[in-house]
Design a protein around this ligand. Structure first.
Ligand SMILES: [Zn+2]
Length: 299
C-alpha cells in the first residue's frame, strides 16, 4: 500500500472533526475512490487519503490531463484550446484592472502560454512549475525558464512582484502554508495575489454531485468556496479585496462531468446545464463554477 496524505487538522479553522461527504472517483487516471470530507466546524471540504506528494506523479501521467497537455486531438481538447486563447486576453484585462505594475510571477505556469502572452503585453515574467515536461516545453516554445517550486518556497527568487497569479493551482498544492509565506515575501507592498479555483457552491456541482469534474480527486486536495477561502487567507495575512468569475468554466465543467457521469461528452443537455450554471453565476457571483480571488497583504 502506498503512503497516503492524511489531514488531521482543518487548514481553515484548525478543528479536527470531519464528516464523510462523498466518495469520488478518479475518472482520469486510476479510477480509485477517494473520500471528500467536510469540516464539522467551518464546512471546509478536502480530499482525505490522496497519495503523498512524492507518489502523486503517476496520477498526473495521462495526456488527458489537459492542463499540462498540448494535444490537439478530440473535441474536448479543441474546445479547451480555443477557450484558452479567449481566457488569455480575459486574464490580461482582469490583471490590468487590479494592478498597474508589470512584474508578474505565475505559479503553476505549465507550458507557459500565459507567461508568453503577458510578456508580449510588456510584462516582466517569471514562472514556477513542478512538471519537468511542462518546464521543458515552456523553455523550448517560449525561451522562458520556469523555476522549480523549491526555489519559490526557499525564497531564492530575486526581487518583488506586483502580481502573483495561480490559475487553478492552489487546490493541487500540498504545503499551502509554505506557499503563502513565500507569497507574503515576494509580493510588493501594493501587489496583488490572484488565485483562481473551482467553487463547489455552484449549480453544476449541485447537478453532477460526486461526478463534478472539478473535484478532480486525488489531484485536487482542497475544495474552497468564498466563505472558507476568506477565512483561510485572513489567517495567513491576506485579505480578499474582490472576487471575479471565470466565465467559460461552467460549460467545460458540464461537458466533462457529463462524460464522467454517463459516458457522453457533448449533448444539448450538457450545454443547457452549463448555460444555467453560467446564468446563475451572473446573478450570484459567489455561485460561479470558478472564482478568481484578488488578495492583498494585510501585514
Ligand atoms: Zn474547519
Amino acid at each position: 500500500m502506498s503512503q497516503r496524505f492524511h489531514i488531521s487538522e482543518c487548514p481553515v479553522c484548525t478543528a479536527s472533526e470531519f464528516r464523510l461527504l462523498m466518495k469520488a472517483e478518479d475518472h482520469l487516471v486510476s479510477h480509485e475512490l477517494f473520500h471528500i470530507l467536510e469540516c464539522t466546524q467551518c464546512a471546509f471540504r478536502f480530499t482525505q487519503g490522496a497519495p503523498v506528494e512524492e507518489e502523486i506523479g503517476p496520477y498526473y501521467d495521462d495526456d488527458a490531463y489537459v492542463e499540462h497537455s498540448d494535444s490537439q486531438s478530440g473535441l474536448i481538447f479543441k474546445l479547451y484550446h480555443k477557450a484558452r486563447s479567449i481566457m488569455l486576453s480575459f486574464k490580461f484585462r482582469m490583471i490590468k484592472n487590479v494592478n498597474n505594475g508589470n512584474r508578474l510571477l505565475d505559479v503553476g505556469s505549465a507550458s507557459g502560454y500565459f507567461l508568453e502572452y503577458m510578456q508580449g503585453k510588456g510584462y516582466e515574467v517569471d514562472g514556477v512549475e513542478i512538471s519537468d515536461k511542462a518546464r521543458e516545453l515552456c523553455k523550448s516554445r517560449t525561451g522562458i525558464e520556469a523555476h522549480l517550486p523549491v526555489s519559490l518556497i526557499n525564497q531564492d527568487l530575486k526581487g518583488k512582484y506586483d502580481i502573483i497569479s495561480l490559475w487553478h493551482v492552489l487546490e493541487h498544492v500540498y504545503t499551502m502554508d509554505d506557499y503563502f509565506e513565500a507569497f507574503s515575501h515576494y509580493l510588493a507592498e501594493e501587489g496583488v495575489l490572484l488565485i483562481a479555483m473551482p467553487n463547489h457552491r455552484c449549480l453544476d456541482e449541485t447537478y453532477y454531485g460526486k461526478h463534478w469534474c472539478a473535484y478532480d480527486v486525488p489531484r485536487h486536495l482542497w475544495h474552497f468556496e468564498p466563505k472558507t477561502f476568506k477565512l483561510f487567507a485572513a489567517k495567513r495575512g491576506f485579505k480578499v479585496s474582490s472576487i471575479k468569475r471565470l466565465p467559460l468554466d461552467p460549460f467545460y465543467n458540464a461537458m466533462v462531468s457529463a462524460s464522467y457521469k454517463k459516458g457522453f461528452k457533448f449533448l444539448p443537455w450538457t450545454i443547457y446545464i452549463g448555460t444555467l450554471s453560467f446564468i446563475n453565476g451572473l446573478f450570484i457571483k459567489k455561485k460561479s463554477s470558478s472564482l478568481v480571488y484578488i488578495l492583498k497583504k494585510t501585514i
